[in-house]
Each structure stands twice: as C-alpha cells, then as structure tokens.
Design a protein around this ligand. Structure first.
Ligand SMILES: [Fe+2]
Length: 245
C-alpha cells in the first residue's frame, strides 16, 4: 500500500492540535490515501480580510430551512424517528457566536442520501431532502428538527457501515472560524468500528462529536431531543471531520 508523504511532512498549521483533528492521511480510511496531499502544503499569509471579511449574508434563510421534516414535503411527512438537534456555537473564549450559518446534510431514516451518487439499495424518501440550514440567534444557539438518519454501508472494507451521523458546516464570523464536521449519536456500537471517527487520535476529542441526549430538549408526544455544542476556534475547537460519505 503506497501512502505517499507522512502526515508529519504535510502539517503546516501550528494552530491545529493534531491529536484532536484527524490527519490528512489515515490508511484505515482508504480514501485518504488518494486524497491526502503528496507535497508539503504552502501556508497562505493571513490578511485582515481573513478576520474581518464577510462570510455569508443572512438574507437567504427561509422559514422552513431549519425543519427537515417539513422542507422537503411533497405527499406526506418523511418516515422515521423525529428528532430535535440543538446546541450553542461558541468562540475560543466560550462566548456565543451569533448569526453563524449552520448547514446540515444527512441520510434519511433508511440510510439513503438524496443524491445521484448514492447507490445504496435502500428507499429514497420522497418527502425528505436531508438538507437544512439556519443562523444562530443572539445567544449563539441553533436548532433543527429532522429525522434520525440510518446507518449505511460503504465500500471502505468488508462489511463496512457508517454509524448514523449528521454532517455540519459552520461558518462563524470569518473564514478562520469555518468548520466542517459530523455529529454522532450516543451509545452507537458502530462508532468503535468506524475508521472515519477513529481517525481522530484522541479519545476525548472523538467523544466531543457525539451528541448528548437531552430530555429537556425532548418534546412530549412529538420528538426526542439531542444537544450538540460547537466551538469554532481555539484549543477547544470542535474536531474537523470531513468525508465524502
Ligand atoms: Fe455521511
């Protein structure tokens, strides 16, 4: 197995804790072998625009964008277990980040994405797109209503299954606070078998990508509730977890 450069030769960002964030190259996650850079990265000098430049406007959020149980409806409600996912977005000091754009995407309850490249033999839900977005409020809080995603198989290795997860993209106050990661569910036996999740070296850091069941978020007779807080900068930054799956 040819793996090219070593991770130690690729790292250029001293601001990232490489026990917390996954390496570019993690051979058990096969795609990283071809995806990891072959040459040393070239650091770009940070300009004032990196700290002050606008990220995204706030004028294109529609009222149903944060409710995935309603924003893709055609003929009825999507199937599956309704859940609420909420949390706080914070900066390095623990202060709330307001007006942060949160975008999520996920598989449906059967473990199928509404995407032409997903060939998993599981049904597409005609009433569920699996995409949503919202802005954090003045307290840095976001909130989505969605359907608990199903596990799905992938071709990384024999009998490989991705644990149920929700992809998150967070655009903070500037591009330095951009974060792409995944949220998992507590108590999932697939987590210990997942090369993507286990690509994060530090066990405690991996735990930070697992949501907490919160009975105060749970709505009686309606929906279970989970909490997933996100830190966009500093030593406590939520681990990155990008993948193509
Ligand atoms: Fe995924």
């Amino acid at each position: 197995m040819k793996v090219g450069k070593k991770n130690s030769e690729l790292r250029t960002s001293p601001s990232l804790d490489w026990m917390v964030h996954p390496p570019y190259l993690h051979p058990p996650y096969l795609s990283t072998i071809t995806r990891a850079p072959n040459r040393r990265l070239i650091p770009l000098p940070q300009s004032l625009a990196n700290h002050t430049g606008p990220v995204f406007g706030t004028g294109h959020i529609n009222p149903l964008d944060d409710d995935l149980t309603r924003n893709g409806v055609h003929s009825g409600e999507p199937l599956g277990e309704r859940i609420i996912v909420t949390g706080s977005v914070m900066d390095e000091a623990g202060d709330p980040v307001s007006n942060a754009l949160i975008e999520i995407w996920q598989a449906n309850s059967a473990g199928r994405y509404t995407h032409h490249s997903d060939k998993h033999e599981a049904p597409i839900d005609p009433n569920f797109t699996g995409t949503g977005r919202c802005l954090t409020n003045n307290q840095g809080v976001y909130r989505f209503t969605t359907i608990r995603p199903g596990a799905y198989p992938w071709q990384n290795h024999q009998n490989a299954w991705r644990p149920p997860h929700i992809h998150f993209s967070v655009c903070g106050r500037n591009f330095l606070e951009r974060l792409v990661t995944q949220m998992y569910f507590p108590g999932d036996p697939l987590l210990a078998l997942d090369p993507i999740h286990n690509g994060i070296p530090d066990k405690q850091a991996r735990q930070r990508l697992i949501a907490t069941y919160d009975h105060d978020v749970t709505q009686p007779d309606w929906s279970l509730g989970y909490r997933f807080d996100i830190i966009v900068a500093g030593a406590g930054r939520t681990p990155f977890e990008k993948d193509g799956r």
